[in-house]
Design a protein around this ligand. Structure first.
Ligand code: IVH
Length: 669
């Protein structure tokens, strides 16, 4: 009884704090003094210290104490704001270079622009005729939030630029951050400097942003009208000339050895800096090469972030849970006693897979070393065996999925080994654990991207049996939802609105959203480019013509087998048919202005000037298509060094035009 009373009193204080947070941070009209606010906060913290059973997600010991406003207008970036892939050691860097050489089809001397990676929030500033007309956050990389007024409060951001050579229309991109000394003053309100910068930047009222001294360094561009600059390092110099701050430690280096040595030195010296740096960014200095190399789905091929070694800490494993992913992979997760690692409270760490547990002999109650590097999921590094009790027992990895099905370990024909990962065999939506993950994938940012329907909400709706299949999202009982705790009329109508908006989706996004194993964004795009419309795609499936997708350059046996397995399950097919009747899936609009429209190409032999990948993107940029097998519809066979004679013969028989690499490049001009 006493416990109940304490809990009620505690929750009342939490609610009070929430109310004042909203008044202060969102409405910018506090009704109590800072001193009174701190008192409520301290009372909560003291209660938690005294009674360990008190816990709430909104407690100031867990949450940041503020909710950034959701009310910003969104704006689509003219050029996507992508992220960088990570390297942790020189082997990763060598692989990075190797991929570049493969793409270019030759080994060349590379020059790098090396820039400290400040751990802040990226922002994009649009200048027209020298005036800052819009500033946005990164958002999901495709669409950002318009936070112009907040950005204008930052003294490092020029609002007018009069230099004669400043481009008439340009987006300048860089990092917004807070210095450590300033963060020290705010330590009680935010978990780390990055959160402080983000929280401040996304306040509804720019006067709130002004209260926290933010800084800005510029490092790249988005849209850029008539770019005549040749090197990234020159661009950084121009930025300075135009009045932007750039990092004082930027430099040019020429080899992986130089990069690794500089990284080693900088890693130690970084603690003397006034701000947090979590790695170095290496960019190919030549902008022409950058353009040739282009992007993969999420990151440029011409840049990489070399992270500093992770922060680590020791903690104890309380339990090991098995999580099931959307493709059925069983991932063991260690629940650990909460521990602060580099400013973030960590209470879960991944154990990767069954083999990893066996290899490291990780057990419940073990004391373990946990590492956390930037945005990478914390993981268990090693076990402190000295701390292990004699009574400790080996962890037996369950052979059944939590849904009850027997699990399997697949045999990998390429490595000739069984996979390290144990899986629940994909039975469509029959495994409840997989089904909910599939729905989370369906609504995720890169798929249907439904605002207001995050992973937590999906879990809640699942528990309440409001959804079982993706199509249920479009038939929700909004009256019931509006009665749920935490849902008001406004949030329900916002949800309705964004669900409705998400109905319009392009074919590639839709094919990705279904969550077929091995069909990521890139492969979904390839399938969409080949099939053009959803009805055509479904015809391929209905008429058992999946093998035809082998014609697509980039689709191989792995993808074909996965597609077949997926569609063998009749319920999967039905779900897709159902979704295609609810959604407005737009046909893929191919670039129809290029010189190579309606021309298909196939390669045989090695090209001398570039890789197949680059050749393929050149053809596609010019509206042509690339296939990987000869058929009557093929228009040109391009022959490189040592072509396959059989292919050349076949092409001749079918009357397909044969081009040398040079003749093909002439076609393109
Ligand atoms: S270039 C297409 N340069 O790192 C690549 N990014 O994971 C565009 N960052 O979102 C980014 N310092 O917030 C670039 N000198 C630098 C950077 C930098 C920090 C951040 C930025 C970006 C993230 C990439």
């Amino acid at each position: 009884m006493k416990e109940d009373k304490i809990r009620i009193n505690y929750l009342k204080k939490i609610n009070d704090l929430k109310k004042h947070n909203k008044l202060y941070f969102e409405d910018s009209s506090p009704v109590i003094s800072d001193k009174d606010y701190d008192q409520i906060k301290n009372e909560i913290l003291n209660l938690e210290k005294k009674f360990s059973y008190l816990k709430d997600a909104s407690s100031p010991s867990i949450s940041l104490g503020y909710t950034p406003s959701k009310n910003f207008i969104k704006s689509k970036h003219r050029v996507k704001m992508l992220s960088l892939s990570n390297a942790f050691d020189s082997e990763d860097l060598e692989n990075f270079e190797k991929k570049i050489f493969n793409y270019l089809n030759k080994k060349i001397k590379l020059e790098y622009s090396v820039e400290p990676k400040i751990d802040g929030i990226s922002a994009s500033l649009t200048y027209k005729n020298g005036s800052l007309i819009m500033g946005t956050s990164r958002g999901d990389g495709i669409t950002g939030e318009v936070i112009t007024e907040n950005l204008k409060t930052i003294k490092d951001i020029p609002q007018k630029i009069t230099s004669k050579d400043f481009p008439k229309d340009i987006e300048i991109r860089g990092e917004v951050f807070i210095k450590r000394s300033e963060f020290d003053k705010l330590k009680n309100d935010f978990a780390n400097p990055r959160n402080a910068a983000s929280g401040s930047l996304r306040q509804k009222n720019p006067n709130e942003t002004k209260k926290i001294p933010l800084n800005f360094v510029a490092y790249t561009y988005g849209y850029f009208e008539s770019n005549k600059i040749r090197k990234q390092s020159d661009f950084l110099n121009f930025l300075q000339r135009w009045g932007f701050k750039t990092n004082e430690h930027n430099k040019i280096l020429n080899s992986i050895d130089d990069l690794t040595n500089f990284h080693k030195k900088f890693e130690k010296e970084r603690f003397d800096l006034e701000y947090d740096v979590d790695g170095l960014v290496y960019k190919i200095n030549s902008l022409e090469l950058q353009k040739r190399l282009g992007f993969t789905a999420n990151s440029p091929r011409w840049a990489i972030a070399h992270k500093f070694s992770a922060d680590s800490a020791f903690s104890q494993i309380v339990d090991i849970n098995i999580q099931v992913g959307r493709t059925g992979a069983l991932t063991p997760v260690a629940r650990i006693k909460p521990v602060n690692i580099g400013g973030v409270v960590v209470s879960n760490a991944t154990l990767h897979n069954e083999d990893e547990i066996i290899r490291k002999d990780i057990r419940i109650h073990d004391t373990v070393k946990i590492e956390r590097a930037g945005d990478v999921i914390p993981h268990v590094i090693s076990v402190d065996l000295k701390k292990r009790k004699k009574s400790s027992k080996k962890f037996i990895f369950p052979k059944k999925c939590p849904c009850g099905f027997d699990t399997i370990k697949e045999f990998n024909k390429v490595t000739n080994k069984f996979d390290a990962v144990r899986r629940c065999p994909d039975r469509g939506f029959e495994c409840e654990k997989m089904a909910v993950e599939k729905i989370k994938h369906f609504i995720s940012k890169e798929a249907l991207n439904i605002d207001g329907l995050g992973k937590k909400v999906v879990e809640k709706f699942w528990d309440l049996k409001l959804i079982r299949f993706p199509q249920d999202i479009f038939n929700l009982d909004y009256t019931q939802i509006s009665k749920l705790e935490g849902w008001g009329d406004l949030s329900v109508s916002n949800l309705k609105f964004s669900i409705n908006q998400s109905k319009k989706v392009s074919l590639d996004k839709f094919l990705y959203s279904i969550g077929i194993r091995h069909i990521g964004i890139e492969n979904a795009k390839l399938l969409a480019e080949y099939t053009i419309s959803i009805s055509n795609f479904l015809n391929f499936i209905k008429n058992k013509k999946i093998n035809e997708f082998l014609n697509i350059d980039g689709i191989g046996d792995t993808q074909i087998n996965s597609l077949k397995k997926f569609f063998e399950n009749k319920s999967n097919y039905k779900i897709i048919e159902k979704l295609s009747s609810i959604l407005n899936i737009s046909d893929l609009k191919l670039n129809k202005n290029g010189k190579l429209l309606n021309n298909s190409f196939m390669f045989t032999g090695k090209l001398s000037n570039m890789s197949r990948a680059e050749a393929k993107s050149l053809i596609e940029e010019n509206s042509g298509s690339v296939v990987s097998s000869i058929n009557k519809k093929l228009k040109y066979l391009i022959i490189g060094e040592k072509p396959t004679n059989r292919k050349v013969e076949q092409a001749k028989e079918l009357g397909i035009k044969i081009l040398s690499e040079k003749e093909w490049l002439n076609l393109l001009n």
